[in-house]
Design a protein around this ligand. Structure first.
Ligand code: IPD
Length: 259
């Protein structure tokens, strides 16, 4: 627990770098036609790794900006320095620093910090989920028709391939069955919104381990459910994540297109 408290402080300190960048305005480079990166993504990741590595020296650290690919290890710390980089560049305050610790392919600690809105979400396996020190939980909504579902779009959408068509087909099926869709722009925070009871479900294709490693535990510890598209146990290598308050999970799965 002491290590986790130190880690939370490191994440809060990293938030100061994000705040500076957000206030001063950011020039972005393109990773691809649609994916952006800024010097702040790299700086925050460097800062986090330099502070976390000496404390958690028996874990592999996998950061969005420095990961070179390959199989995911048994014990790892997944870092997304700024989840919601596009929002960061456009000064939309839905973004967060995400740090998730996994052991034996299971999440044991997760923290997502939005320094702009001063919201710090965290969870330790078996101890519940909290936001700014207060316990949070998913909604009890059981009707899909009364549900707000958050989602995101894959960066490869411009290629109009399989992922793009899955998004379109899922919209066609799901949209008439729910209250509404939200595309807020940061998967880690979307999962925290589910955990806090602001939305009732979430799904997305092509997310990376660092986008969800922390949010998954926060949702589970808030009483929610996480699965792959088939309703089976979600692994960080899965293509599609489906998350909900548990009550609408089956109906949500039934109303997404097959991939
Ligand atoms: C992105 C955000 C976004 C999601 C993308 C992610 P990034 O993370 O979470 O909501 O739709 O798929 O890659 O690139 O800003 O860290």
């Amino acid at each position: 627990m002491e290590k986790y408290e130190k880690l939370k402080q490191i994440i809060k300190d990293a938030g100061e770098i994000v705040k500076d960048g957000y206030a001063s305005g950011v020039k972005a480079d393109k990773k691809s036609a649609t994916e952006l990166v800024t010097k702040y993504d790299k700086e925050v990741e460097k800062f986090l790794i330099s502070k976390i590595a000496p404390i958690f020296n028996d874990y592999e650290i996998i950061g969005e900006e420095s990961f070179k690919g390959g199989a995911l290890p048994e014990r790892a710390i997944y870092i997304d320095p700024i989840d919601g980089t596009t929002n960061f560049v456009h000064k939309i305050p839905h973004l967060g620093i995400s740090v998730g610790i996994w052991e034996n392919k299971e999440p044991v600690f997760g923290a997502v910090y939005n320094p702009i809105l001063n919201e710090f979400y965290s969870a330790v396996k078996g101890y519940g989920a909290e936001c700014n020190g207060k316990k949070i939980s998913v909604t009890a909504e059981s009707e899909l028709q009364n549900s707000i579902i958050a989602t995101g779009f894959p960066y490869v959408k411009h290629e109009m391939g399989r992922e793009y068509w899955w998004v379109v087909k899922s919209f066609k099926k799901l949209l008439p069955k729910i209250r509404d869709i939200r595309r807020l722009g940061a998967a880690a925070i979307d999962l925290c919104y589910l955990a806090k009871g602001k939305v009732n479900g979430f799904y997305e294709v092509n997310l990376q381990p660092w986008d969800v490693a922390a949010g998954i535990l926060i949702v589970q510890e808030a009483g929610g459910e996480i699965s792959n598209l088939k309703g089976g146990k979600y692994s960080l290598e899965d293509k599609i994540i489906v998350a909900s308050n548990g009550k609408i999970h089956k109906k949500l799965l039934e109303n997404l297109a097959e991939f």
